[in-house]
Design a binder for this molecule. Structure first.
Ligand code: SF4
Length: 702
């Protein structure tokens, strides 16, 4: 790509939710190099393997460089006219709910804002959902049930200041590597700090663990219910905090204490001694942070698991104070930014709620959008089900590859193939999803696009372009606005730059916000292009007229339910998975250290691909023997939904009866390795998040 300028540009890494600051330097000959930004508060100069290999993923090989219609090159005007016409036709003939957008935590906040404004504000449907649904929507639902808002109470610094860090359902070392580096450094300087890792596998994260609890799949609710019971019986709860700032404690305690110790050991797969030691450590340590990620969220009971964790922190008043609190680790670089503009089908912009008439009225007036959606749209799994049933007749997929990453991926591919009109906006021409598109729209890649992202600790940072857009590639927000204008919504979508979009988003966050909403960045409501360009990373909330500050929530209550109190949520442990007929193994899916999602970018780097060169299954030696497989043999893994063939990695790190297969590989890199083809489209009843963990499968030597 052609350089915009021969100088260094401060931007952010486009991979995980840590949101590290990056300095990209383009030299005179066009060569790009990257290093960590020493001034960025997320990483202070550190980068992981993926971040430091960013420059190796910027070539134009495989890029989609101009619009295509039905496989032939087209101009932007023709392509945009066609998309607008087909969406308008479907709406006219079948109503607004006959169209849908499926977007991505890879979008910048400005892209997300315009997508939501177009779909919810002017098309008048809630049918916009995102691959963040697959990542952390159970955390959103858990936060909202407990706090009355989707608020992450703490900051990254809390992990360094805690005396006990509990990591549950998180392989932090591989999935949030720089945060892991910060934690490991803090523990090295304060060896008295304790780390507990709760995971069926002994992952790299366990290297710094004082205690590894190889929990049974879906045993988390039982574990934290048992902890709540222990905290009550040992007198470790904070009665003053409970009385002053919460309600529902008695009901939550009654539900939590339903399991006696023998049942608790069975549900968690842990011994009495392990449970006792963990509970005692939590009881006696004031400064505790509990981090949780996909191992908790990606479950048919993910929201209950989140609330079981939040209950323990609320009961001890260990929330929003230095070195204390529950902490949701988001997978994607902008899962949080998407939430801020209403990126999920059941949300509205500025952390408002599509189901609340008062919120709908406010957004409707701010946008001057009389046709604003009146009900939530379809969540990801239901959206693709509706596509399969022919109820969605026009679908726009942006910056994601659902044919690889959605549960029941083969069925999703069949649905997309049968959809009458599919638009795909992407940087690559030949993804597993793009090959089924009627219209392909070329998007900007990292290094070419401008906007903002929000990381897991609510820190908003700029992503800045340092390369010119190649050929005809255009920003996603621009594509959406152009289609919206052609559909007749020009007045509402007249933005000419991401700075204008950000200013409107900031203004909405402060519009009639009397402290009723947590998200407020209205200090930036009048931001101009120069200030936007120079914007330094800051944490929200930062209301109008105030300076940036480190902010924690809820130490003194101040929750967002109407009575200002937090809700304890009574949760019951799900029944232990004993396998189903003919499918005796439990499969967990997840990430490896050096790849990102479906490898469309990290797969370009030979260095990254050499860490783990092909897909594999981690299997315990006794299980491997039972199916007659030795190390490096090919193993077929099958569920009622599909089959993959991967290499056996025989290791005692894995718990017996459990298998682990990474989620990255697609048909482009390895035949028959799309592990999400095996995951049933089972979802959590509150969040709609699919259960990508704890999948019943069988395995055999191939
Ligand atoms: Fe990028 Fe995450 Fe690595 Fe930071 S930790 S460099 S954000 S992938």
């Amino acid at each position: 790509p052609e350089p915009v300028q021969e100088k260094s540009t401060k931007t952010t890494c486009p991979y995980c939710g840590v949101g590290c600051g990056v300095i990209a330097r383009v030299s005179n000959d066009g060569t790009v190099s990257v290093k960590g930004d020493p001034e960025h508060p997320a990483n202070f100069g550190r980068l992981c393997s993926k971040g430091s290999a960013l420059a190796e993923t910027l070539d134009l090989e495989g890029r989609l460089l101009y619009p295509e219609i039905g496989g032939r090159r087209a101009g932007w005007e023709e392509a945009l006219d066609l998309v607008a016409a087909r969406f308008s036709q479907s709406i006219a003939e079948h109503g607004p709910d006959s169209v849908a957008f499926y977007v991505s935590g890879q979008l910048l906040t400005e892209d997300y804002y315009i997508a939501n404004k177009l779909m919810k504000g002017f098309i008048g449907s809630g049918n916009i959902d995102t691959n963040s649904r697959l990542c952390m929507s159970s955390s959103v639902a858990g936060h909202r049930r407990a706090f009355g808002s989707d608020t992450v109470p703490g900051t990254y610094q809390d992990l360094e200041l805690a005396d006990l860090v509990v990591l549950t359902g998180s392989n932090l070392a591989w999935c949030h590597p720089v945060l892991y580096q910060r934690l490991a450094a803090a523990k090295a300087s304060r060896p008295e700090m304790k780390v507990v890792v709760i995971d069926p596998r002994r992952t790299m994260t366990s290297d710094i663990a004082d205690m590894h609890l190889a929990i049974a799949p879906d045993g988390d609710t039982a574990l934290f219910n048992g902890l709540l019971t222990h905290l009550v019986t040992s007198g470790a709860i904070d009665q003053n905090y409970i009385s002053a700032h919460t309600h529902g404690f008695a009901e939550a305690f009654a539900a939590a204490s339903a399991l006696e110790l023998p049942a608790l050991t069975k549900a968690t797969g842990l011994t009495e001694a392990e449970l006792r030691d963990f509970y005692r450590l939590f009881e006696t340590t004031e400064k505790v942070v509990t981090c949780y990620s996909q191992g908790v969220n990606q479950s048919s009971a993910g929201t209950d698991k989140v609330n079981a964790i939040l209950n323990c922190h609320l009961a001890t008043g260990r929330i929003g104070r230095t070195g204390m609190g529950p902490f949701s680790l988001t997978g994607q670089p902008n899962a949080m930014g998407g939430r801020e503009v209403g990126g999920l089908a059941n949300m509205l912009a500025a952390h408002m709620d599509l189901e609340k008439p008062r919120d709908r009225d406010l957004v409707q007036r701010f946008w001057n959008a009389p046709g604003l959606a009146t009900k939530p749209g379809l969540k990801a799994v239901d959206m693709f089900r509706a596509v399969a049933q022919g109820r969605i007749k026009a679908l726009w997929i942006m910056a994601t590859n659902p044919v690889v990453s959605m549960p029941d991926a083969d069925a999703v591919e069949t649905a997309i193939k049968a959809c009458p009109f599919v638009v795909v906006s992407d940087i690559l021409r030949e993804t597993d999803t793009a090959r089924h598109a009627h219209v392909l729209l070329p998007s900007l890649g990292w290094g070419e696009k401008d906007g903002t992202v929000t990381n897991s600790e609510r820190r908003i940072s700029r992503q800045r372009a340092f390369l010119k857009a190649p050929q005809e590639a255009r920003a996603d927000w621009w594509q959406l606005a152009e289609v919206g204008r052609r559909m007749g919504f020009g007045q509402a979508l007249g933005h000419t730059s991401p700075a204008e979009v950000f200013a409107e988003h900031a203004a909405l966050s402060g519009f009639e916000n009397d402290g009723r909403r947590d998200f407020d960045i209205s200090a930036h409501a009048a931001i101009d292009h120069d200030s936007y360009d120079a914007l330094s990373p800051f944490q929200w909330p930062q209301p109008r007229g105030t300076a940036p500050q480190e902010k924690r929530f809820f130490a003194e209550g101040g929750f967002y339910h109407p009575d200002g109190r937090a809700s304890f949520i009574p949760v019951e442990a799900p029944k232990a998975n004993t396998g189903s007929d003919g499918f005796p193994f439990t499969l967990n899916t997840g990430r490896v250290r050096d790849h990102w999602h479906t490898m469309t970018r990290t797969g370009k780097s030979a260095r990254l691909s050499s860490h783990l060169a092909e897909p594999f299954v981690e299997i315990h030696p006794r299980d491997a023997r039972a199916i007659g497989a030795a190390h490096a043999d090919l193993v077929a893994i099958e569920s009622p939904c599909g089959i993959v063939v991967v290499r056996a990695l025989v290791t005692e790190r894995q718990a017996e009866g459990n298998l682990f297969v990474p989620m990255h590989w697609n048909d482009q890199f390895a035949a028959k390795a799309r592990i999400d083809a095996l995951v049933a489209p089972v979802t959590d009843p509150f969040s709609g998040q699919p259960a990508s963990k704890n999948v019943a499968v069988r395995a055999m030597r191939f």
